[in-house]
Design a protein around this ligand. Structure first.
Ligand code: G6P
Ligand code: ZN
Length: 543
């Protein structure tokens, strides 16, 4: 089969964000758009001739088309083996595991995570390296630089590969192997968790509701929760991945998983409710009568992880992204473990996990995970919770209360202002940055600003520096407001405001979050002037 060099010209907008390149489907459907980006990935890598590449996605609209193009291009560029999840499906954590398990050179993951799917909705391409994690900035910067100068991509003429039949076919010089997307991942979960204990818990009548949101975790959750752990049929809802996620946002938060939330707060609530996002890396945890914030979930999982066989030897350290609450810090302090504070984006955990400095990581954006893969992992978080519940034989609410009584409670909320004019959002941040030196020592109502800075991260493993990662306003007493612009949006800007107040273990642990942080919410406008800059007087989403 002859390799074809197709002439092309650059697209100016292929800069990867927090998590790869994300655009609307019609943007990706422009002739050469996906091809340019994929070739820019290959052109930024060295030494993959004859090596294996993993390709898979969350099944959203346009998934199969890009997979077929990527297969031809990977073969034309010299990869030796191309591993593909059957049906073009691989959840993001499963892709990470497959890359590691088969010693692949890297992987291409097709997803726009929790963003909606469909002909006019979102699509994305992300490259992961051989450790199974997202490419570090050095590589994503190189990919972007290449995308601005690209003049050809390599492909070959071959028939579409049948993605729905297991087995091997040849495309050019490469072997394309279709693999079961669930089997390897499910086996890994059986190693980490005490499936017998969880099975006994469920057998005793413990009720679970898992909402797969018509996204990729459906087949994984059905196999693990229903087939292997014996939960009754129907435990997994919306379990069939759909190209448009049934028209919903596959985002497991209190807005988009409201039905589950309402059920969990109702009189006939199951014991445990959970959901995962489009590509299976995020999680939502709701106990009967209690939503567990992602920041709290990280802290509670870290404090109890030793109850699961995979973590019985204890943790090396805990890592959290900067805007994530300090609840995990209290656990690290209590257990005498190192705590790492990184910029937003799972890729920053990769070095810490590889170096064995951290075992468990988490982000306020509903991501939790460990060193078992190099992505956050929605079902993993669900299974760790179930393992802990099976051992402790307490309810989620009891575990949470005991946790706060030991470590104190971080009341926490995130306010998002979505679809804001990008220039206005930039001006807001620039203005705020300009005032950082003047803020310390000033007061707003009863609050006194102790320090203010623009978060910068010095990676302790490779020494790299990442600046301008979010503005932190720190108040006396440990309260905090953080401002940053989202790096994952596909249109306009999203301003995220993270608000947190620490209540010590002997303080009032049973307040409503909104009331506990009301004075901080009021201070947001004084500090940043969101209404003045954007015309917005209230956030679009509060999580
Ligand atoms: C993705 C990344 C996460 C990140 C999240 C929020 O899910 O994988 O690591 O925390 O996006 O990013 P954003 O820039 O939108 O706040
Ligand atoms: Zn995701």
């Amino acid at each position: 089969m002859t390799i074809r060099e197709v002439p092309t010209t650059p697209f100016a907008d292929q800069k990867p964000g927090t998590s790869g390149l994300r655009k609307k489907v019609p943007v990706f459907q422009q002739p050469g758009y996906a091809e340019n980006f994929i070739q820019s990935i290959f052109d930024s890598l060295d030494g993959f001739t004859g090596e294996a590449l993993v390709i898979g996605g969350d099944g959203r609209f346009h998934n199969r088309e890009v997979i077929q193009a990527a297969i031809r291009m990977a073969a034309a560029n010299g990869f030796g083996t191309i591993l593909i999840g059957r049906g073009g499906i691989l959840s993001t954590p499963a892709a990470s595991h497959v890359i590691r398990r088969y010693g692949a050179f890297g992987g291409i993951i097709l997803s726009a995570s929790h963003n909606p799917g469909g002909p006019t909705e979102d699509f994305g391409i992300k490259y992961n390296i051989s450790n199974g994690g997202p490419a570090p900035e050095k590589i994503t910067d190189a990919i972007f630089a290449r995308s601005t100068a690209i003049d050809r991509y390599l492909t070959l003429d071959s028939a579409d590969v049948d993605l729905d039949r297991d087995g091997e076919t040849r495309v050019g010089g490469a072997v394309v192997r279709i693999i079961d997307p669930v089997a390897d991942y499910a086996a890994l979960m059986e190693q980490l968790f005490d499936f017998d204990a969880i099975r006994a818990l469920i057998g005793g009548g413990f009720r679970i509701a898992f909402d797969a949101m018509s996204a990729v975790t459906g087949p994984y959750a059905t196999e693990i929760l229903e087939s292997r752990l014996g939960a009754p049929a129907g435990t997994v809802r919306n379990g069939v991945p759909l190209p448009d996620f049934g028209g919903h946002h596959p985002d497991p938060n209190l807005v988009h998983a409201k039905a589950l939330y309402d059920e969990m707060m109702g009189p006939d609530a199951p014991d445990f409710g959970a959901a995962s996002d489009g590509d299976g890396d995020r999680n939502l945890i709701i106990g009967k009568g209690l939503f567990v914030t992602p920041s709290d979930s990280l802290a509670m999982l870290a404090a109890n992880a030793h109850l699961a066989p995979g973590y019985a030897r204890g943790l090396a350290g805990i890592a959290r992204s900067m805007p994530t609450s300090g609840a995990a810090d209290k656990v690290a302090e209590g257990l005498g473990l190192p705590l790492f504070e990184t910029p937003t984006g799972w890729k920053f955990f990769g070095n810490l996990l590889d170096a064995g400095k951290a075992t468990i990581c988490g982000e306020e954006s509903a991501g939790t995970g460990s060193d078992h893969v190099r992505e956050k992992d929605g079902l993993w978080a669900v299974l760790l919770w179930l393992n802990i519940l099976a051992v402790r034989r307490q309810s989620v609410i009891e575990i949470a209360r005991e946790h706060w009584q030991r470590f104190g409670r971080n009341y926490y909320a995130r306010h998002d202002y979505e679809g804001v004019d990008s220039a206005a959002a930039d001006t807001l941040m620039v203005e705020l940055r300009g005032r950082l030196d003047a803020l310390p020592g000033t007061g707003i109502g009863d609050l006194r600003i102790e320090a203010a800075d623009d978060f910068a991260y010095h990676d302790p493993v490779d020494g790299s520096e990442s600046r301008k990662q979010g503005i932190r306003i720190l108040f006396e007493g440990g309260s905090r407001i953080v401002f940053r612009l989202s790096g994952t949006g596909t249109s306009g800007a999203t301003i995220r405001v993270y608000i947190e107040r620490y209540e010590p273990a002997d303080g009032d642990l049973d307040r409503e979050t909104g009331e506990a942080i009301a004075d901080l919410i009021a201070a947001v406008e004084t500090i940043a002037g969101i209404a003045r800059h954007t015309g917005r007087t209230a956030p679009d989403v509060v999580t």
